[in-house]
Design a protein around this ligand. Sequence first.
Ligand code: CO
Length: 155
Amino acid sequence: MAIRKIRQLGDEVLRKKSKKVTVFDEKLKELIEDMAETMKWANGVGLAAPQVGILKRVVVIDVGEGLIELVNPEIMAEEGEVVGVEGCLSIPGITGEVARPKKVKVRAQNSKGEFIELEGEDLLARALCHEIDHLDGILFIDRAQRIIEEDSEEG
Ligand code: CO
């Protein structure tokens, strides 16, 4: 396991569309493990592969309820709308108010290629939408109704 470098806003890799994963091998497992470790190290609730420079449809999420690893995730259904504040490990110092569904249903594969389904509400729904957006080169600042620049003294 290793901590990988988190790409920052301005890096063109963040704006590219990631490719579907078709090979479920050791290299994929290693990527997922590294992403989980990197997210934890950075105190994030989610991380998408393009944020570590890999254009593959892989995301990891941990909103405090355990690690979720998703390969080729797709939103199958969404319900409601909540405006909330979110940030991104690739865009430090800035948060924004973004409208996201209150509830989403996601279909994905795990690291072995098995199909899984999960439902997320509130923070988990927000994280799922945010991370899946990364796979299409979309950042929260593209969707934010209002951008909040944090006081630089706060770090
Ligand atoms: Co992000």
